[in-house]
Each structure stands twice: as C-alpha cells, then as structure tokens.
Design a protein around this ligand. Structure first.
Ligand code: NAP
Length: 351
C-alpha cells in the first residue's frame, strides 16, 4: 500500500489568489494544503518567496476595503505575535502589501488551511490522482490542484546587469531600496509602467535623484501614478532611452549606466548612478509545470471554459497572475482565487 498522502486540493502559490482559494476551499471543508514557496536565495532573486509579489510592494491603495488609515491595532489583534514580529511596524497610512498578505494568510489558516513552506518542483498531471513533488523531496497526490504561482519580474538580459545583481542591480525597489548603498545616491529605474513609476517615486525616499529610463516617448503607467512621478522634483524622466550597459567595478559595484537612444541620431549618454532597478514587466511562473498545461503565446495559463478557472487538464485550476496577462491586480487575483476555490469544490463534488 502506498504511503503517499492523498489530498483533496493542493494550492500552489501564496499570493492573493492562493490564499483566497484556500479560504474558500477550507470553508468548504476540503482541508486544503497550500505550498507557499520555499525561503531560498534563488527564490529571493526570482521574486518568488512566500506571499508573492505583494510582499515586495509598499502601500496598497487600490484594494477595496482598505482605505487609508491606521491599522496598527487591528494587525496586532488579527495576527499571531510570531508572524507580527517578522513584519515592519505599521506606518499608519493604510495597508501595505506585506500586511495585506499576512492578513490573507492568517484568514486561510483560521479556517484550517495547512501551510507548507516549500516549492512544488515538479508535477505529473498525466494520471489521477495527480502527483506532486516538493523541492524538499517526497511526493504527494491530489484529487484537485489550484495553480496560483503568480509571475516574476523580468530582466533585460544584459551581461553587465547579471554581473552586478545584488551589487547595485535589483528588480525590486521595495526590497532593496533602503540599503545603505543607495542612500543619497542617484539611481536609475528602467520601465514606463505602473511598477516603474511606483518604484521611482518610492526610491525618492532614499535617493538624491531618480532617473526613469523609458524606451518610448510616453509612459504606459496609469494617469494618476504617472502624474506623481512627473510632479516629483526628484524624478527625472528620460524618454526614448534604453539601458545599454551597467557600469561598475568589483570593489564598488554599480557606478553608472550607459544609455542609448531609440531616436535616430540620439547618441549615447552616461549617468553616474549607484543603483539600477528593473521594472519591465513579468513572466508567469510556470516552469515547474513542464508544459503540461496549455498556455497562451505569452506563456500565461489559459482558462479553457468561459469565466471558469479550468485549465486544459480537468481537475487543475489556475488563478491569479499566472493566468492573467491583462489585469494583474491584487484584487483581481483574489477574485479569481475565490473562483478557483469554488470550481475545485464543485469538481470534487461532481467529478
Ligand atoms: P507593464 O505595465 O507591462 O509595463 C512594463 C514596462 O516596461 C513598459 O513601459 C514597457 O515598455 C517596459 N519594457 C518591457 N520590456 C522592456 C525592455 N526589454 N526594455 C525596456 N523597457 C521594457 O508592467 P508593470 O509596470 O509591472 O505593471 C504590470 C501590471 O501591474 C499592470 O497591470 C499595472 O497596472 C499593475 N500594477 C499596478 C500597480 C498599482 O496600481 N499600485 C503597481 C504596479 C503594477 P512599453 O511601454 O514600451 O511597452
């Protein structure tokens, strides 16, 4: 007889989609287990630590139900001291990404969700029950799986960018911006979307000046967020500009950047900066699936039924950014997580 545990529903991923699906599955008495990700340097570099991308952001102003205000007392009462102690003190200006994620995690745990701090390294969806292989070894089986692994920050792929990763090059301003090496220094942010303007504005807390490098002549970011960056005297926007090379040396790390131009005859310029932050979009975290679920041309998982979270394998559902190349909002991820939890419940009830 096999020793392999058989789960009703395994949820892979611990962003808003993962926790919302867990809350619904747990309240439906499905006894779900969440693989929240492993705490490793590799995951830190890839932006795939537990609690997902929101754990890497600052204030969250657009998650309905969390207007600006002081949540200090509420956080103390809602979270166990062991988790509360790991977090930064509440700033009193509304919910932050890490706070929101801890609250969602706790809500799922309150309803009986089991949480494993490990990755699922590999899956086999070719047979039922499905087989899943955690990074730490062993195997589990599942009648139903919800994939909620999100997406990770992209890199430009420059050799010099790779060389100075962790020594002045980062894809997460909120994680790394407060480091001493960036204080009162000039910094570069690459990108023109909401992430780029948000990161540029955030970095002005520490930097003497932030250069926003964007390849086109207009920002992609939403009007309200773009305007904040445009109005900020510490942010200097370089339109039609590309990052060609990160300059530096082994002793100091990043010391500057060489910029190219997308305009004919634009020439090259160099800037003396101490840090480079990439904010050029994301790639869905699907490598562990090894092609077993259908994706679109951008690599995002595809829902096979209209407004249902069904993937191309019956009994496997997808929620959040891993299946969303369009909205990519915390609240839409949470919404599709709810849908996946309900879809899983109905699948298990009716087969
Ligand atoms: P995004 O909207 O896809 O923007 C990516 C930016 O990077 C674009 O400006 C793009 O340039 C640029 N880019 C892409 N590849 C590049 C390359 N190889 N070289 C140079 N530039 C490159 O991604 P995002 O800013 O991460 O936002 C993703 C989603 O999250 C969006 O839906 C956004 O609204 C949301 N978000 C929301 C908030 C918030 O509301 N607080 C904060 C962050 C993100 P082009 O413009 O030329 O394509």
């Amino acid at each position: 007889m096999s020793e392999t545990p058989l789960e009703n529903v395994v949820i892979i991923g611990s962003g808003p989609a993962g926790w919302s699906s867990a809350i619904y599955a747990a309240r439906a008495q499905l006894n779900p287990v969440v693989y929240e990700g492993a705490i490793t340097e590799e995951n830190r570099m890839a932006g795939t630590l537990p609690l997902g991308q929101l754990a890497l952001t600052s204030e969250v102003e657009n998650f309905a139900g969390f207007p600006a205000g002081n949540l200090g007392g509420y956080l103390d009462s809602a979270l166990p001291a062991s988790r509360r102690g790991m977090m930064a003190p509440h700033g009193g200006e509304g919910v932050t990404g890490p706070e929101l994620m801890e609250l969602m995690r706790q809500q799922a745990v309150n309803f009986g969700t089991r949480v494993i701090t490990d990755d699922i390294a590999r899956v086999d969806f070719s047979q039922r029950p499905f087989r899943l292989f955690p990074s730490e070894g062993g195997e589990l089986q599942a009648k139903c799986v919800i994939v909620a692994t999100g997406a990770s920050a992209n890199w430009l792929g420059l050799e010099s960018e790779h060389r100075f990763k962790n020594r002045g090059v980062s894809a997460c301003a909120v994680c790394d911006g407060a480091l001493p090496r960036f204080r009162n220094q000039e910094l570069v942010v690459v990108g023109g979307g909401d992430s780029a303007v948000e990161e540029a504005t955030y970095l002005t807390k520490f930097a003497s000046r932030v250069h926003l490098i964007h390849r086109r002549d207009e920002l992609r970011a939403s009007k309200i967020m773009a305007q904040r960056a445009i109005d900020d005297p510490k942010v200097m926007i370089h339109f039609n500009a590309t990052l060609e090379e990160v300059l530096g040396d082994d002793a100091k790390g990043v010391t500057g950047v060489r910029l190219g131009s997308t305009v004919a005859g634009g020439g090259e310029t160099t800037l003396e900066v101490a840090g480079v932050f990439l904010a050029i979009g994301h790639t869905p975290n699907t490598a562990f699936l090894n092609g077993q679920l259908e994706t679109n041309e951008k690599g995002y998982l595809v829902w096979k039924k209209h407004f249902r979270t069904n993937t191309s394998v019956e009994g496997v559902f997808a929620a959040g950014d891993v299946a969303d190349d369009y909205y990519r909002q915390a609240i839409s991820a949470a919404g599709t997580g709810c849908m996946a939890g309900l879809d899983a419940e109905r699948f298990l009830a009716h087969g």
